[in-house]
Design a protein. Structure first.
Length: 260
């Protein structure tokens, strides 16, 4: 199974429309991949809270969904299009940080509203509502478990995804450079403790004055880093063996010893 992570640079000098066009071209260039992943809130920037309301869109038919649907269809890939600022029109226009997963025919297969909101009473934590459901998606090769950025710090969410059958955990992020060390440790920890692949795709660049960590990672069920990007915009590709999830859990059956 070939997975490609698109570590998009978010530059405030580039319009969201231009970045969508550029990201769609990058997706189309990945024809032949099985799964393509983009970062969190790449159309606006994860820390650009002042622009959230202005850039909010409907999850199913907003400009990002339309561009990514067409790109997934043209490339013939499963596309985790990162996340967007979703405005739910019912009942009161609430905002969510919502991930979009498209099938190779361009259909919106599922969405995930980020459960844990970052900000400590500022930014996302007060401007957006939190999701309330864990989300998995069955691809032909494996079951994906969906999480977003700050979710990485809450292992109980990943246990829920594990129990729902996930063998590949997909984590788009807008992780700050100042906490890069945490990013590396947490991504590997979620892989090791759940004996699952983790595809963690971050942004590059600086937005709202916050330098981004980049360093997207693909980690296998033993915690081995199969591929890691640098700090700038980059296309990162790795080959996954879904059977390794099953064999790891069989050869080292730590999960059966769970008590709590």
């Amino acid at each position: 199974m070939r997975a490609t992570l698109l570590q998009i640079e978010v530059d405030p000098a580039e319009t969201a429309a231009d970045r969508r066009h550029r990201a769609a071209a990058l997706v189309r260039a990945q024809a032949g991949a099985d799964l393509v992943v983009l970062p969190e809130l790449w159309p606006v920037g994860a820390f650009a809270a002042d622009d959230f309301a202005k850039e909010a869109e409907r999850a199913g038919d907003g400009p990002t969904a339309e561009a990514m649907s067409a790109a997934a269809r043209d490339a013939g890939v499963w596309l985790h299009a990162g996340s967007v600022v979703e405005r739910d029109p019912w009942p009161d226009g609430q905002l969510y940080n919502t991930s979009l997963l498209f099938s190779p025919d361009g259909a919106l297969h599922t969405t995930y509203r980020k459960i844990h909101r970052f900000g400590f009473d500022r930014g996302e934590a007060v401007l957006m509502a939190g999701g309330s459901h864990i989300v998995t998606a069955a691809l032909p090769q494996a079951v994906l478990g969906l999480a977003t950025c700050y979710d990485l710090r809450f292992p109980e969410l990943f246990r829920g995804l594990l129990d729902a059958g996930a063998g590949i955990l997909v984590v788009p992020a807008g992780w700050p450079a100042g906490r890069l060390a945490h990013w590396r440790v947490l991504v590997q920890a979620r892989a090791i403790e759940n004996q699952a692949y983790v595809l963690a795709c971050g942004t590059a660049g600086t937005h709202a004055g916050v330098p981004q960590a980049g360093h997207s990672m693909v980690v296998d069920p033993w915690g081995t880093v199969l591929a890691e990007a640098g700090p700038g915009e980059e296309v990162l590709t790795a080959t996954l063996d879904p059977a390794l999830v099953t064999s790891t859990r069989s050869d080292f059956p730590v999960l059966r010893d769970r008590v709590l």
